[in-house]
Design a protein around this ligand. Structure first.
Ligand SMILES: NC(=O)c1ccc[n+]([C@@H]2O[C@H](COP(=O)([O-])OP(=O)(O)OC[C@H]3O[C@@H](n4cnc5c(N)ncnc54)[C@H](O)[C@@H]3O)[C@@H](O)[C@H]2O)c1
Length: 325
């Protein structure tokens, strides 16, 4: 098994020892560079998880890095899979769904969060969350656009070049070893700022902190991919929404409560009323399709996610502090 990574994400270098311990070879490479693939041997399966994963990246500076990594890079991965007749599993995102549609979801506001109403005016959304039939019409951020464009190409490679593929549109993924930052990985970010007693801000929605996401434990993600590798015979061609689901949702305000309880620290949290570009008040995954096809549901709940994130920070504070604090 080989992990191929450019180590662009700060903190990803901390994985090198862990990969070694797990018996995984590491090869430094950049998926933007076709020649970097020449040094890789044959493979049975390619799991494409290398991306620039921030919704905010490129909106001011332009789409070059995003397109080169998230789209051209995926084409290089597909060509590598084709060359070796390897199966292909893609880590896509809920961000393929357009912002305007997500902003039109019918919500009610409670004391701590936005909640989905039982009656919805758009197809593809219910009190369980967003399903694969939610409309794809509209704009979705440059990040979401590169991931959707990659999905379309993956489908072409499957149909015309005989590669077996699975696409997973993940909601928010969280848990240990995520190097959370302001624009990506909010659970680790929230916990870290509490742990090291720094500042945070509730950005958007009047500074209320009521925006909600469903959270998937990274261990659930890994176990799912493992199953998909084994079950490719009947899964190829599927695109799934995958996430923590309605039981594992939290607002920022509620996350503050969890972090305070675990760390024992209350920190200053500014209120910034203006909503950030490409933000949405609520996203929750409807896992019905993957539940039916794979009999899958998340094993880990919200409590495990926050406790495991806290435990990881506590155990590894000296190496994590320069990155996360
Ligand atoms: N974290 C989430 O909440 C989430 C949600 C939905 C989908 N995803 C998807 O999951 C995948 C992993 O995301 P993540 O959250 O772990 O992000 P991450 O930044 O932690 O991981 C991405 C990895 O890709 C590497 N990388 C970046 N550019 C590269 C390049 N050009 N060549 C080689 N390696 C490169 C980085 O060094 C990093 O190790 C991405 O495809 C992302 O779109 C993540």
């Amino acid at each position: 098994m080989v992990a191929f990574d450019s180590l662009k994400r700060r903190g990803s270098e901390l994985n090198l020892d862990r990969l070694k311990l797990g018996g995984v070879d590491f090869m430094h490479g950049d998926i933007r560079c076709r020649e970097d693939f020449d040094a890789l041997g044959a493979a049975d399966v390619v799991v494409d998880a290398s991306a620039e994963p921030s919704v905010l990246v490129g909106l001011e500076s332009g789409a070059d890095y995003l397109v080169n990594t998230n789209l051209n890079g995926t084409v290089h991965c597909l060509n590598y899979a084709k060359k070796h007749h390897a199966d292909f599993i893609f880590l896509s995102t809920s961000r393929v769904y357009p912002i305007q549609g997500l902003n039109r979801i019918d919500l009610k506001e409670t004391d701590t969060r936005f909640e989905l109403l039982a009656e919805q005016s758009q197809a593809g959304v219910s009190e369980k969350g967003i399903s694969e039939s939610f409309s794809l019409k509209g704009s979705r951020s440059l990040y979401g656009a590169t991931k959707l464009a990659a999905e379309l190409l993956i489908e072409e490679y499957r149909e015309w070049m005989g590669i077996r593929t699975v696409i997973n549109r993940f909601g928010v993924v969280a848990g240990p070893w995520q190097m959370g930052k302001v624009d990506q990985g909010f659970v680790a970010l929230w916990m870290a700022k509490h742990f090291w007693q720094k500042e945070l801000a509730y950005i958007g929605y009047g500074g209320s902190g009521k925006q909600v996401r469903d959270l998937l434990h990274v261990q659930d993600l890994v176990e799912l991919i493992d199953r998909q590798i084994q079950e490719m015979d009947h899964l190829s061609g599927h695109t799934f929404n995958v996430g923590g689901g309605i039981k594992n949702t939290a607002s920022l305000l509620e996350m503050t409560g969890y972090c305070q309880e675990l760390t024992g620290n209350a920190i200053p949290i500014k209120k910034v009323p203006e909503t950030r570009t490409a933000d949405v008040p609520m996203y929750c995954t409807d896992n019905s399709l993957i539940g039916q096809v794979m009999n899958w549901q998340p094993r880990f709940g919200l409590d495990s996610i926050v406790q495991d994130t806290y435990g990881w920070m506590k155990e590894n504070q000296s190496i994590l502090k320069p990155i996360l604090a």
